[in-house]
Design a binder for this molecule. Sequence first.
Ligand SMILES: NC(=O)c1ccc[n+]([C@@H]2O[C@H](COP(=O)([O-])OP(=O)(O)OC[C@H]3O[C@@H](n4cnc5c(N)ncnc54)[C@H](O)[C@@H]3O)[C@@H](O)[C@H]2O)c1
Length: 341
Amino acid sequence: MGGARRIRLGIMGFGQTGRQIYELASASPDIDVIAIADVGRAEILHYLLQSEARDPKQFRLDGNFLVTDSQRTRLMSIDTPAEMPWDIFEVDMVIDATGIYGSEAHMQSHLAGGARRVLIRTLPEDNIDQVIIPEINGDVADIRDRMVSAGSPTTTALCFLLQILSEQFVIECGSMTTVHAYTSDQALQDYAGSDYRRSRSAPKNIIPNGHDAGRWLGHILPGFAGKVHTSTLNVPVQEGCLLDTTLVLDADDVSAEDVNEVMRAGAKKFPQSVAVVEDPIVSSDVLGSDYSLLFDTKGTLKAGEHFIKTLGWYETRGHAARLLDVARLYADLDQREEAAS
Ligand SMILES: NC(=O)c1ccc[n+]([C@@H]2O[C@H](COP(=O)([O-])OP(=O)(O)OC[C@H]3O[C@@H](n4cnc5c(N)ncnc54)[C@H](O)[C@@H]3O)[C@@H](O)[C@H]2O)c1
């Protein structure tokens, strides 16, 4: 995928995910990050990038440009999609990684500003053309799609688990709880917000939250529409998440080891996105992982005849890699059409 022409990418939101996208794109021969929009000042954005990049010295700041040996990226101080003149930069796709602009109206603003397509880092708030995880439902991507979501790190981890297991077992229903690192939209101290529990201090509490993955699952894996309940426990951990999924199988002869074997084989089918870990790891061991799902064989349990419980690890870097996969998928569609015309 990717073709001969380099993808011209714009990013809005240069937070953890935006920086990871940029860092991965900088190391990719097929992608140029042309412009980045964020509310932060260029010096601060550069400082934050350097504080966590694997090879910080390669990223230099030249006025309002982030510079590497191969790329020159304009940093724009912008706080709404409607303000961003994407047309000046002629970008093929904008990845909105702010986490706050997930509505159709905001996506339309990116398009009206000149972005050919917009890809959001989170699940959508309302209407969208597609929710795409390339290795799972990439075949439904259509060249006419303009507003696309790549799901979320949690949704992607869950979809890989369900996709692999459902190729071997009939899954009647299930429940997923992500034991999730706190996120920057939570309060550091108790602070009145839009939601009762999310108004409580993130580093002090286990905070139960809903999760939208269940609502969108049917768009990605139609056979699972309405079959899996999803929720979140935000915990006082800065990074690293654990997917705790219980499944009811339509078979009484499936052992925990059978499930592990199927996941080991599935990881070979998706070598860039899924891996299996046999060691007794904890959340800090998953930091820096590019996988969307690290299936934990030691976490697989069986109760009664039909009930299986699994554990899997992930962090946001894997999602940044999947977002770039979606950009490549659409670039490939565009280039095939250009070649055909
Ligand atoms: N990190 C996770 O595990 C996780 C999980 C679920 C949801 N989320 C949500 O996804 C979103 C992105 O995740 P992240 O970890 O990269 O978040 P982040 O807070 O690190 O990054 C958000 C970035 O967007 C920028 N931003 C905020 N408002 C803006 C505006 N109006 N205009 C332009 N830029 C703006 C911020 O300056 C920041 O650089 C967040 O909303 C986060 O809460 C994150």
